[in-house]
Design a protein around this ligand. Structure first.
Ligand code: PMP
Length: 362
């Protein structure tokens, strides 16, 4: 054969997304703090519901996942008909790119925006465009300046991963008001639950015809391993996304577990208050050791070192101590390490390991 089948343009430009390791060779007591997971695990009620749902695993799930959409709508005061669920919010991001962006179109996001925006844009054949940030924070003016006639989607994660910083309600409103109608603003609220009083952009979705919000069960709700995310948008957007969505993209196990997780207010409240308390403590302790971070609004902090070399060396020292954190050189932040807020013991281990690294005893 002289000809070979080749992927669509853009596909081979994608750097495959790598999940974090959860083992360190030769170290027994390892804590994974690299994927912004809930350190307290899933709600026990969600585990029970998932197990029970397995009994009917021979049946296809309901194709419209209405039970989960209703539960989400009730919890957050939204309209069930304008919600779509997926295999993590990753899948919703992918649906959005497939639906609204193609060859010749641009998908815009901030310089240190979440990796899936670029991956999904390239997978759809579109051109990813990154706008500069200011002080590791998405910059509304820079984003607006980067909009062209070809821009179809603007992704803004608020709070942003991996920086932990936020644009905030006023900035998001300015974006929604200033964007031309041919651009869909996607407010990615993967970490919205960690921000007191923040609706994740739901209010803007209700006011603008071109604003969508994405959310997840992977973070506060502790179901990263089950893959459940959702989107909320204007009826015309949800209708279009549903045409792209496979009919059984969310299993009954995912649906039942997510509904139970939403209902477990004790688990959620505990996870949230521990995150708030330990995030402040960890940031302050690392700061005292000469490792500053910006105020984080998520369940992680972005620790800043003198340079890339020091960050890399500290990463190795943390690993040797059984602490897996995330190097973010791939995000253009080689001098930083992203550290998920673990439980109290994990946070104490991080501080002890960084202290030992800094004083040379590690
Ligand atoms: N958006 C942001 C900003 C994230 O950090 C993540 C997870 N790391 C996601 C979306 C995707 O999360 P999931 O697919 O687990 O819902």
């Amino acid at each position: 054969m002289t000809q070979q089948i080749v992927p669509q343009p853009g596909i081979l430009e994608i750097a495959p997304y790598k999940g974090g390791a959860d083992k360190v060779e030769g170290v027994a007591d390892v804590v994974k703090l690299s994927s912004n997971e809930n350190p307290f695990g899933p709600s026990p009620a969600a585990v029970k519901a998932a197990q029970e749902a397995c009994v009917t695993a021979h049946r296809y799930p309901p194709g419209d996942h209405i039970e989960l959409r209703r539960a989400i709508a009730d919890k957050f005061g939204l309209e069930a008909d304008r919600i779509i669920c997926g295999a993590g919010s990753d899948e919703i991001i992918s649906f959005l790119c497939q639906t609204y962006a193609g060859p010749g179109d641009e998908v815009l996001y901030s310089e240190h925006g979440f990796a899936m925006y670029k991956i999904s844009a390239l997978a759809a054949g579109a051109t990813p465009v990154a706008a500069p940030e200011r002080n590791r924070t998405s910059d509304v003016d820079a984003l607006l300046a980067a909009v062209t006639d070809r821009t179809r989607i603007l992704f803004v994660a608020d709070p942003n991963n991996p920086t932990g910083t936020m644009v905030g309600g006023q900035g998001l409103r300015r974006l929604a008001e200033s964007l031309p109608g041919h651009v869909l603003l996607v407010i990615d609220g993967a970490y919205a639950e960690f921000v007191d009083g923040f609706d994740g952009g739901a209010g803007l979705v209700d006011q603008f015809d071109n604003v969508v919000m994405t959310r997840t069960f992977s973070k506060l709700y502790g179901l990263g391993g089950l893959r459940v995310g959702w989107g909320y948008g204007p009826a015309h957007v949800i209708d279009a996304l549903n045409r792209v969505r496979g009919p059984f993209n969310v299993s009954q196990v995912q649906i039942k577990a997510a509904v139970a997780a939403l209902d477990d207010d004790d688990h959620t409240a505990f996870s949230l208050s521990e995150n708030t308390r330990l995030r402040a403590w960890l940031a302050a302790e690392l700061d005292k050791l000469g490792v500053p971070s910006d105020s984080s609004f998520g369940n992680f902090i972005l620790a800043r070192f003198a340079d890339a070399e020091e960050a890399q060396a500290c990463n190795a020292a943390l690993q040797a101590a059984g602490l897996i954190v995330r190097g973010v050189a791939g995000y253009g932040l080689p001098e930083c390490l992203r550290i998920t807020i673990g439980d109290e013991a994990a946070c104490q281990r991080v501080v002890a390991a960084v202290a030992a690294f800094k004083d040379g005893s590690a």
